[in-house]
Design a protein around this ligand. Sequence first.
Ligand SMILES: [Zn+2]
Length: 244
Amino acid sequence: MTIPNHERVGKALDLLREGLRPYVERAMTEAYGAAWQQQSAQSRIRVNRDGRIAWDLANLLKLMWDRWLAVFEKKLAREDRALVSELISARNRQAHREHDDISNRDAYRVLDSASRLLRAIGAEAEANEAERLCEEMLGVIAEARMGPFTGDHVKRDNNPSAVLRDRVPKEAAAPGYWVYENWTHEKAVIHRSNCSYCNEGRGIHPGSGPRNGRWHGPFPSFEAAHQAAARLPRPLRRCAHCTP
Ligand SMILES: [Zn+2]
């Protein structure tokens, strides 16, 4: 069952809140001692009715942003501040999302940023779980690009020739076989008739004559081509291009 992207993002933001809360409290206590709650309140963060700070994700991120120079710069890297800023926006978008789902790429970006910030603050369990969500999301993206694993994904793939070689039944694609006896390179190569190197026994350069070798065929089956090629006094190869 596939889950919508906004649910994946919601999970990652929950993990972020779980990981940030003890970290932010610890960092603020180290910096301000017993006065840390008053210091936090000065950052105009939201408080509950009982006057205590509501440790939701918006507040945790806002506090990190506001107290970056005083508290968090010493502990984290400059890139982590960019992650905080990005995740503030992501949290706002998530809170105000209505019916539209988030795109695969945008969802991946939020998951990735959340897992990086969790790793940076040393919230290992939450970081591991967020990275697992990233891996899942990469699978979703790959599937969207390739299509599900059925026959019709062939036309949507970026590299159709590689897939076609594997997917199209070989008998249907190749009505016959030829053997090229190559005198200059001392080998005999079996091709399908429709191989671009074979071209139904005409080769790549039609009319070039038997200077380098000659074609034998056509043969109705691979076995017949193989038997004929085996009678030639040369090492036998299969064409790597048409893979008969
Ligand atoms: Zn070939």
